[in-house]
Design a protein around this ligand. Sequence first.
Ligand SMILES: NCc1[nH]cc(CCC(=O)O)c1CC(=O)O
Length: 344
Amino acid sequence: MTAIKIGTRASALALAQTGMIADRVRALTGREVELVEISTPGDRSSAPVRELGVGVFTSALRDALAAKEIDVAVHSYKDLPTTPYAPLGRPESDSSVRQLAGRTALPSPADHHPVLTIAAVPLREDPRDALVARDGMTLLDLPEGARIGTGALRRVSQINALGRGFECVPIRGNVDTRINRVLGESADLDAVVLARAGISRLGRLAVVTETLDPMFVLPAPAQGALAVECRTADTTLTAELAELDDRETRAAVSAERAMLATLEAGCSAPVAALCDIADAGDGEYELYLRGAVIQLDGRHAVRLSDTGTLTASDDADEVGAAVGRRLAATLLAEGAESLLESVR
Ligand SMILES: NCc1[nH]cc(CCC(=O)O)c1CC(=O)O
């Protein structure tokens, strides 16, 4: 039996999270597993993510998966576009090449039959954002004019909405690089905001000085979750990997992403969402979805919530998505459109 090839980005975070999945795939299938590092445009450029276009961290992996250069792709779910995958028109590549180049060709129209499928959404890590500040400070401790590193519009807008006179400084790069801007030799920022899940997977939670309350800083849709993707035609592997799926996580992430998709906002818009799931007993779960669309200067925002019930016989994706679409419709009815228009 040949080894299962699992594609991953080469960043420390991507290698850590793919490594965790690889261990489980090895145990589950009894097969050899090989990691294949794939470089993406998001890794090679230091431009703001929203300027690089859709799928900057995920399209190269999906292309390699569709081209059978790998058998499984592990993504940070929040980096996956909400639009369906369409194979890129790219030249045949040498499958012996391990360090694959990124492609910039335009997507062809989406296929009716999906080439790729998300075989598993494993149990989610803590989805909240985290503050890493100098001198052990929390948001409350930071002085007016403090320089906080983040380029994500959803974080910038919500930090501005605190009304504390903080200055957001755009930064890019991997988790360690960002932490070093606060704690490193030549630190030049008072704090950075990062996904807690990424810091956790790198074993660096000790640097977190505050986990941000979603009441004030609601995270990105699907933050802290992973997507384990396969070729739809690879039915045996897809069925095996389904063992890694966590039904409640899938429902929550579907709700958040359906909200984002219905707003047609894309992953770098000032749109935030978090779906909490509570066990209601008798195999039922209660979904509590919060959503926010925030104007960049933080002066206006629409923040709303909606709920739903997931029963034992329900399709988790469908139940989640229904709540997400409904909340998006309410957000739009309450003026989200004009807030989104101001950043388009
Ligand atoms: N956009 C980059 C990215 N994609 C996923 C994570 C964190 C891990 C996760 O959310 O699963 C990060 C870094 C960050 O936002 O701090």
